[in-house]
Design a protein around this ligand. Structure first.
Ligand code: PGA
Length: 256
């Protein structure tokens, strides 16, 4: 299977910058083998126009969040099915910046996972411990609780795909990732939780577990060669097309 390389542009780019970065991505990755497993998550303002630029290139479009209702009086929110209509295939759910800054709870995350699957999107569920939790020895407990609360009771129908992104909160944006051995170990624990929640077949076929948190071109290879690291969620390093394309290219070496 190919490794998934996801660009999370966050709220970093205004419309003109987003379009020029999208054109640069198209030039480097469009139509290329390395572009086929690349997903780009612009902010809501830029999804439509970035989608036009990526049209026919093979680069996949996604969003950074969605709301759990299909439509109605929910001022300021964006529906998963409307994102699907716009051409999105993936949606980030429960990113730590939303859990922290907007008080997103496990219950809200669960509803968003359900809504995105119903809309035909692949959710990217973000989980990870913060520094305090880690210092207190709570890391695995926190991650496994987040995975369980987000996914328990969800009927993983054949054909459903879910990505779990392990992102240690304390390394996001720090420039210093954790070791790839630690990522491998944590991904195995997440996989075991998926086996317990569903079964081996579903865990193997419907889920992919990727790493995020200061992933960059220099460190990408170490992560991508780990068997339980099925891809990378890239923030800061996705704002530089050359650097990001380097990561996408490296990932091809580890497709099985
Ligand atoms: P970073 O962000 O690569 O800048 O650490 C990753 C993320 O928050 O998804």
């Amino acid at each position: 299977m190919r490794k998934l390389i996801i660009a999370n542009w966050k709220m970093n780019l205004g419309p003109s910058q987003a379009l020029s970065l999208a054109r640069d991505f198209k030039e480097r990755l469009g139509g290329a083998d390395a572009g086929r497993n690349v997903v780009v998550l612009p902010d809501f303002l830029n999804i439509a126009k970035v989608g036009e630029i990526f049209d026919g290139t093979g680069i996949i479009l996604g969003a950074q969040d969605c709301y759990w209702e299909k439509k109605g009086a929910f001022t300021g929110e964006i529906s998963a099915s409307h994102l699907k209509e716009l051409g999105c295939e993936y949606v980030l759910v429960g990113h730590s910046e939303r859990r922290e800054n907007l008080n997103e709870t496990d219950k809200m995350v669960h509803k968003k996972i359900r809504a995105s699957l119903e809309a035909g999107l692949t959710p990217i569920l973000c989980v990870g411990e913060n520094f305090e939790e880690r210092r207190e020895g709570q890391k695995e407990y926190v991650i496994l609780r987040q995975v369980t609360k987000a996914l328990e009771g969800i009927d993983v129908k054949p054909g459903f795909k879910v990505v779990v992104a392990y992102e240690p909160v304390w390394v996001i944006g720090s420039g210093q990732a954790i070791s790839s051995d630690e990522a491998e170990h944590t991904h195995r624990a997440i996989y075991q939780t998926l086996v317990d929640l569903f079964d081996v077949d579903a865990a193997r076929k419907s889920f992919r577990i990727i790493y995020g948190g200061s992933a960059d071109r220099d460190g990408a290879e170490d992560f991508l060669k780990q068997p339980s690291v099925h891809g990378l969620l890239v923030g800061g390093a996705s704002l530089d097309a050359e650097e990001f394309a380097g990561i996408a290219l490296t990932s091809l070496k580890y497709a099985d």
